[in-house]
Design a protein around this ligand. Sequence first.
Ligand code: SAH
Length: 386
Amino acid sequence: MTEARINRKGADRVASGHPWIFRSDLLGAPDAQPGSVVRVLDGRNVRLGWAHYSSRSQIALRMLPFETQRTDAGFLRRLIRRAQDYRDRVVENTDAYRVVHAEADQLPGLIVDRYGDWLVVQTLSQAMDGAQPALLDALQELFSPKGIVARNDVSTRRHEGLEETKGALAGDVPEGVVVTMNGVRFAADLLQGQKTGLFLDQRENYAAAACYARGNALDCFSYNGGFALHLAGACERVTAVDSSESALAIVQSNARLNDLHNIETRKAKAFDLLNDYAMGRKSFDTIVLDPPAFAKSRKHVEAAARAYKEINLKALKLLERDGVLVTCSCSHHFSEADLLEAVAAAALDTGKRLRIIERRTQGRDHPIALTIPETHYLKCLILQVM
Ligand code: SAH
């Protein structure tokens, strides 16, 4: 078995419960195949466990559960079974959810999402990519899906020297798979949709937002209408705004699928449209903001803080007394404290007083590993104008 030696800093990181070892913390280059399992030792040859080795990524080693020496179908089946057992306890009212959330399920570099009878997988490291045949065996055995799709069109794969690809790996894959979240039906496009088809991480937040929503509602950055469709049952009218025409066409077909007649769509840049609404003295009782990540890396945090403040400011100007703001950030680098600060600054500028109804995060099927901060990325605040 090939061995990889790591320095004190790397060993401290392992001891702190973080599974990533950076290339700069390797003591010499391991003589290992790309994507193979290696034994990890510290500078004094103490065994620290096993890891997946990447010959390309800055994340040179991803630690595996302690006893793991091989990532064969048996290992994958065992850990995916445990991941599904956890979902059996926390997932309800949906046939679409995340089965495997990578490091937070001790399966580094692996995502598996379930859409009814179909599965979508992402293999984001050399080792998980190499394990794809064993992965397919394990998934077939555990779930007997009608089809399995790879959505490996993810830019982070380039850090691993892997191509961006997508396509059916097994079975047939229809153009639109219809799933039901919280009683609302969605057509998911597993091959062309964003992420693996839908924003499954917002599923619990859709239901929470619907609890407080009322009146005239606005869903900014709506994509296929995750929030808009959930709000429609509780509101008189919902306007879904997105810059993508094709996303809005799906909002409309999803509205028909659910026999909802109070959703209208507006193709626009959200910042501009909110300005136009302010000029036209339009107002809303409920506003959702779920923009794309403004802080893609640590160096963008300051610019992101300005952008989050700006978009929240524009929304708050339109919000009626007692109105509800649902405001999200999916940037890992932008913390909940950062988002609270941005929204507070925006509220002060509008002279409105807000109270926090709920501080939420990604759904429980996207678990957060206590010692791996990167696994916590989604923040969703629900606030009310006092
Ligand atoms: N709320 C959605 C997910 C939003 S993803 C859901 O729960 O499903 C972000 C969306 O913002 C994408 O659909 C993208 O097309 C849209 N978008 C990006 N920049 C935008 C802009 N400046 N104005 C409006 N929409 C934008």
